[in-house]
Write a protein that binds this ligand. Structure first.
Ligand code: SF4
Length: 171
């Protein structure tokens, strides 16, 4: 079975069994005040949702070759890249998955940040664009950012921005 990054370096079953397969660490998250909120649908292109809320990595054995943005848990934990309540992480530090109701309240702030920062190219484009269509009721596409100097996702080589797809027949 595929694993998730907080399991990297796992050497025994007891250690691996701590994993909840929440997939939060493989999602992009944005800061809202003192919290860091994971964005549903905005995650590594190699993350698979096997059942609602249950995730696995499809390239686990070869992840550092195929996914150079992926971090070993020892690196990810102090950077706050794991879930805030991850058994392998630093308690209270990290990404947070919130309820659908809370996410709807936070969405205007998150949306402003995503439009300003863009998203890393390593995300699953189709899944993210599907989620955007559900949230906004319109079609979007991802195009390269013109000014990648302001790069919040340092491990990715390319930053993408959201652009609304025109429904005009003349477009
Ligand atoms: S390659 Fe992607 S899905 Fe796999 S563990 Fe790393 S970040 Fe998660």
């Amino acid at each position: 079975m595929s694993q998730l990054p907080h399991q990297q370096g796992a050497t025994d079953t007891a250690h691996e069994d701590k994993c909840r397969r929440c997939g939060v660490s493989c999602h992009v998250a944005v800061p809202i005040g003192r919290r860091v909120i994971a964005v549903p649908g905005l995650h590594c292109r190699f993350l698979a949702e096997d059942a609602p809320g249950q995730f696995s990595c499809t390239v686990y054995a070869d992840r550092f070759t195929q996914a150079p943005w992926c971090h070993h848990a020892d690196v990810a934990s102090p950077l706050g890249y794991l879930a805030h309540d991850c058994p392998y992480g630093t308690p209270g530090r990290g990404k947070e998955r919130v309820s659908d109701d809370e996410f709807r309240v936070l969405w205007p702030h998150i949306w402003r940040i995503l439009r300003s920062w863009g998203v890393p190219n390593f995300v699953h484009h189709e899944r993210f664009l599907d989620a955007m269509r559900e949230r906004t009721g319109r079609e979007w596409e991802l195009v390269p950012m013109l000014t990648p100097d302001d790069q919040p996702f340092a491990t990715d080589t390319q930053q993408m921005r959201l652009r609304a797809v025109s429904t005009s027949p003349d477009a």
